[in-house]
Design a binder for this molecule. Structure first.
Ligand code: PBG
Length: 326
């Protein structure tokens, strides 16, 4: 690229007015790109605040519908649903129970708000007594035996009416296992949004309170990615695409913009960025103290994810953002 030098070229010419700046803006934030995560738990009329995530709650199914309706009214096209079960065990049976918390809530959402896209998080950690994302034996998280449970979970979500399933466990081969289970059960048209590049991250801290999914021993470093690695992301994403992922995700978002960019550039697939719980908590906490402008920092962060290459933005601020963009 050759550009003329000063004084022929004056970049400030195009920054003189809001209209001029609008005209040359390269990236746009749009309500169509937003997904709102929601946490469901059993009960009626339940709204349990998550301490480290102001504005986020564990909600009973009726309240999930209320919150989802607010998001939909603001223009948000999709929600991402997590389940907090009453009981946990060593086989995560609540994850694929016909009347599990996610399955019940999905049915209600599809009945009450049919046009809203319901995406379900497919993972076992919330349903396992040890809090890991797979079956545990002798202190190890087993890969292949976990695939069956994940596939069963995804199929049961589709059965309940989920529009998209989103595996977040990071077991090898899970996209293929889920694709096969969906197809066998007649859900050939149910897309998979894979958490393809999910890092073992301290930025998930507040989420573990929300989903009650903190591991009881050890950590997730034997299955989630090492924050030091970038080339490995390309292999992870390539693998998931080969296994049948329709949308690929990078998570967390703000500290991983380089990888959002590389994934979008390399594969050109629909790419999602998950602005995770601590990203939300940090902005909320500083905003509440008046140290930063919450709205401006939120919008700038999401715009940065778009500029990096994200097509889809998963954010706890989705409903607020949708209103701000109006
Ligand atoms: C479950 C899961 C996690 C998140 C999404 N799905 C937590 C984890 O892997 O420990 C994190 C989301 C967030 O922090 O907002 N496997």
């Amino acid at each position: 690229m050759t550009i003329p030098g000063f004084p022929i070229y004056r970049p400030r010419r195009l920054r003189q007015s809001p209209a001029l700046r609008r005209l040359v803006a390269e990236t746009h934030l749009n309500v169509d790109q937003l997904i709102l995560p929601l946490f469901a738990r059993f009960g009626k009329g339940v709204r349990r605040p998550i301490e480290a995530m102001p504005g986020v709650f564990q909600l009973s199914p009726d309240e999930v519908v209320r919150e989802a309706a607010r998001a939909q009214a603001a223009g948000v096209p999709a929600i991402l649903l997590f389940g907090v079960p009453d009981r946990k065990d060593a086989r995560a049976s609540g994850a694929y129970a016909k009347n599990g918390i996610v399955q019940q809530t999905v049915r209600l959402l599809k009945k009450e708000l049919p046009p809203l896209l319901v995406i379900t998080d497919v993972c076992l950690c919330e349903y396992m007594e040890h809090g890991h994302c797979g079956i545990v034996s002798s202190g190890k998280i087993l890969n292949d035996p976990s695939l069956k449970l994940l596939a069963r979970t995804a199929a049961s979500h589709a059965e309940a009416g989920a529009d998209i399933v989103a595996p977040s466990d990071m077991m090898d081969g899970r996209v293929a296992a889920i694709r096969a289970a969906l197809d066998e059960n007649g859900f050939t048209d149910t897309p998979i949004m894979s958490y393809a590049a999910k890092f073992a991250s301290a930025f998930y801290g507040p989420f573990r309170e929300a989903a009650e999914s903190a591991p009881k021993f050890g950590d997730r470093r034997s299955y989630q990615m090492d924050a030091a690695n970038a080339n490995e992301v390309l292999r992870e994403v390539a693998l998931d695409i080969r296994e049948g992922a329709d949308i690929v995700m990078v998570k967390p978002a703000l500290a991983y913009l380089d990888l959002i960019h590389r994934v979008k550039t390399e594969f050109g697939y629909p790419t999602a960025a998950y602005s995770v719980s601590a990203e939300h908590a940090m902005i909320k906490a500083a905003g509440a103290r008046g140290w930063i402008d919450e709205r401006a920092v939120t919008l700038e962060s999401l715009l940065a994810m778009r500029r990096a290459g994200a097509d889809i933005l998963i954010t706890y601020a989705a409903t607020d953002v949708a209103k701000w963009l109006k």
